[in-house]
Design a binder for this molecule. Structure first.
Ligand code: KIV
Ligand code: ZN
Length: 524
């Protein structure tokens, strides 16, 4: 770290602003897993959810607060006594609990969303922050839609929040409307105008509606922000939030411009991004900066020639600095437990003995089928466990017959087990083998859904590579993603279908009312 650097705090909101967006929902177990990964990544605060939005969220936050140590844990909440109490309860076991209050300040939100006057917003800010400050040591206040708020009034609201005990003052560009010049000037103005501003952490929270979330967050840093709010892979409402990996690498690679540093270990960026993709099923575009599959691929002859002479010709980031290991050690069927443990440690996984035993057995089976087991294969095995081992149906066996020609109709038979171990069977025919397989699974589970998208790809290289299938359905405009991985693409497809079915069944059991609740309280 450059000694003249200022330290920027990173709050990751993948589990709140990210998780509440279409296609990104996670089970409590998956959220806990990702929270551990965020701690390993080195973020300063994890916004774990929105306690008052549902019991599932509150319990998820409580589990993270109990188990993930050495990092701040925040819960979002509205400015209501009930929300504040719910957040404090969920955060009880946290080492560094933070209540994150938000209240709209812009004219359009005051008039149409809140029906409140400027004075009412000021008063509610003060009373809510005071209540929260009595319950936890760290209070953050967000002036929702700050970038469309009258600057002088915004400064007044933030001043009240500071006086009432909020030490983190967040300035969200809720609708992704601002520009770099504008947000930089706003932060400079707030630093000048708020008295005792040096006692506060000024924070930026940018959405990406115009594709400028990262540029705007960087400009906010130049204007005086010392906390940034990001999500891994930029997931989030609508076009998403500021992408953590892009922000972190921008300040690192261009340190002479931004003169700041974060506590993030950049070598964990790609593994964390991949973990999120596998947990949510939400793919990252190939050409996405830092974490996309093409981010370090050089295809054209001219570029390859330059790279061979000197990598600086076409590469501004060393792949190993973001966790892409070019000279990766490949595991195979002769590799033992120690090699597996070492590789897992490199990838950032520390498994307990039982989980390691299970993974080692899966690894051996895979290594028998495939010559080389790559990192992506291991991560797929780990992720498929996240998807398939949560309570629900498991695939036991399947048989497919297919072919072409008159009178030939593909048919499938499946056997699955429910949580109690009971065998359920289904048979069906279809227009193709995948169609027949999905119909057979529908017959066995009694669940049917429309398939919005079905894709199959390989997670590593070679003809024996693991195949990964993803199935997406739409329920009430919300995307439900399922992922399945196997060396057999039909099996991967069946696993992906079952992953969706299990997610739907979990929703039906407990989440339907909570999702409805959440849509009432969901924010940008
Ligand atoms: O975008 C936004 O305004 C938010 C706040 C609740 C911080 O997510
Ligand atoms: Zn937001």
């Amino acid at each position: 770290m450059n000694t003249s650097s200022k330290r920027i705090q990173v709050l990751d909101t993948s589990l709140r602003d990210g998780e509440q967006s279409p296609g990104c929902s996670m089970s409590a177990k998956q959220k806990l897993r990702f929270a551990h990964a965020l701690r390993e990544l080195g973020v300063d605060c994890i916004e774990a959810g929105f306690a008052a939005s549902s019991e599932v969220d509150a319990n998820g936050i409580a589990a993270i607060a109990r188990e993930v140590r050495g990092v701040g844990i925040a819960s979002l909440c509205r400015c209501t006594p009930g929300d504040i109490e719910a957040a404090a309860r969920a955060l009880e076991a946290a080492e560094r609990p933070r209540i994150h209050l938000f209240l709209s300040t812009s004219p359009v939100h005051r008039e149409y969303k809140l029906g409140m006057s400027q004075q009412q917003v000021l008063d509610l800010t003060a009373s809510s922050v005071e209540q929260a400050a009595r319950l936890v040591g760290e209070v953050e206040f967000s002036a929702e839609d700050a970038l469309r708020t009258e600057p002088a009034y915004l400064a007044q609201v933030l001043q009240r929040a500071l006086a009432a005990g909020a030490r983190i003052l967040n300035v969200p560009d809720t609708v992704g409307y601002t520009t770099p010049g504008e947000i930089r000037a706003l932060f400079e103005y707030l630093r000048r105008t708020i008295s005792n501003a040096e006692q506060a952490t000024l924070s930026a929270h940018c959405h990406n509606d115009l594709g400028m979330a990262v540029a705007n967050t960087l400009a906010a840093i130049e204007g005086g922000a010392t906390q940034v709010e990001c999500t891994v892979n930029g997931i989030g409402e609508r076009a998403g939030n500021c992408a953590l990996e892009e922000l972190v690498m921008a300040v690192k690679v261009r340190s002479e411009v931004y003169r700041c540093d974060t506590g993030v270990d950049s070598r964990r960026l790609v593994p964390t991004s991949r973990l999120l993709t596998r947990l949510t099923g939400m793919q990252v575009q190939r050409n996405k900066a830092i974490v996309g599959a093409n981010a370090f691929a050089h295809e054209s002859g001219i570029h390859q020639h330059g790279m061979l002479r000197h990598r600086d010709t076409y590469e501004i980031i060393r792949p190993e600095d973001v966790g892409v290991d070019r000279s990766q050690m490949v595991l195979g069927r002769h590799s033992g437990r120690a090699a597996l443990i070492e590789r897992l440690a490199f990838l950032g996984y520390a498994l307990d003995d039982a989980a390691l035993d299970a993974l080692f057995a899966q690894f051996k089976t895979l290594a028998e089928k495939k010559k080389e087991v790559f990192d992506a294969d291991l991560e797929a095995l780990l992720a498929s466990d996240d998807g398939q081992s949560v309570d629900g149906w498991r695939l036991k066996a399947f048989h497919i017959s297919t072919g072409a020609g008159e009178g030939t109709r593909p048919a499938a038979a499946v056997e699955i087990r429910d949580t109690s171990g009971t065998a359920l069977r289904g048979r069906a025919s279809g227009d193709g083998p995948v169609h027949a397989l999905f119909e057979a699974l529908a017959a066995a589970t009694g669940i049917t859904f429309m398939i919005e998208s079905y894709q199959v790809g390989s997670v590593s290289t070679g003809e024996d590579a693991l195949g990964q299938a993803s199935v997406i359905t739409l329920i009430d405009d919300e995307e439900i993603n399922g992922v399945g991985t196997s060396t057999d693409i039909l099996e991967a497809s069946a696993l992906a279908w079952l992953d969706v079915a299990n997610r739907l069944a979990r929703r039906a059991r407990g989440r339907i009312t909570q999702v409805a609740d959440r849509s009432r309280v969901a924010t940008a």
